[in-house]
Design a protein around this ligand. Structure first.
Ligand SMILES: CC(C)(COP(=O)(O)OP(=O)(O)OC[C@H]1O[C@@H](n2cnc3c(N)ncnc32)[C@H](O)[C@@H]1OP(=O)(O)O)[C@@H](O)C(=O)NCCC(=O)NCCS
Length: 166
């Protein structure tokens, strides 16, 4: 059966919907201009969207996004979200896996992110993908103030295949 979405590079015309998902997801705000600047000016950025395969005029076309960048052998995840109406359908997982597949040929060997200490759904996703907790940053977030858990995934390679838990 065909997947109901595909993972694609983020384009300028996606940005309005990306920002709508960001605003509906309680993430620290980046906003239209920051994503656009990343897209146009930062060659190390990895910007992806999940796009509905069969679009309906009344439905959103973009139903998830990933924003990260690479620094030498590490990828940092800045934001990842699935549209609130399309959660638990594998979007978050596919976005992260695709970002890793894109970054890996550039020499990326680990992925690092911060997540709110209370954000159990995101932490569950990351643990499932093989991330480990490596630090806690006190009062890292604002509105509301909250600690961040720092999580890291070491990317293993075996016969050229990406090894992350299924
Ligand atoms: C975190 C988030 C991106 C996950 O996206 P998603 O598309 O719903 O997640 P997936 O369907 O790919 O989930 C994959 C696995 O992650 C875990 N998981 C995801 N959401 C979960 C939840 N609410 N509760 C428990 N486990 C969860 C499960 O193990 C799930 O596998 P399963 O559905 O087979 O049990 C999504 O909940 C979201 O957009 N949250 C708001 C934004 C956010 O918090 N972003 C993270 C910032 S650090």
């Amino acid at each position: 059966m065909d997947k109901m979405f595909s993972i694609d590079r983020m384009r300028e015309r996606d940005l309005k919907q990306v920002v709508e998902i960001e605003e509906a997801s309680g993430l620290n705000r980046w906003g239209y201009d920051s994503y656009r600047r990343e897209m146009l000016k930062n060659p190390t950025s990895v910007l992806l969207v999940a796009r509905r395969s069969r679009n309906h005029a009344l439905e959103p076309e973009v139903i998830g996004f990933f924003a990260g960048w690479t620094v030498e052998d590490e990828m940092h995840v800045n934001n990842i979200a699935a549209h609130p109406r399309f959660r638990r359908m594998g979007i978050g997982r596919s976005l992260m896996q695709t970002a890793i597949e894109i970054a890996r040929p550039c020499g990326v060997r680990s992925v690092v992110l911060e997540v709110r200490a209370s954000n159990m759904s995101a932490q569950s996703l990351y643990v499932k993908l093989g991330f480990r907790f490596i630090a806690r940053r006190r009062d890292y977030y604002r509105f509301p103030t909250e600690d961040a858990m720092v999580m890291k995934l070491e990317i293993e390679e075996r016969e050229g295949e990406l090894m992350i838990d299924d």
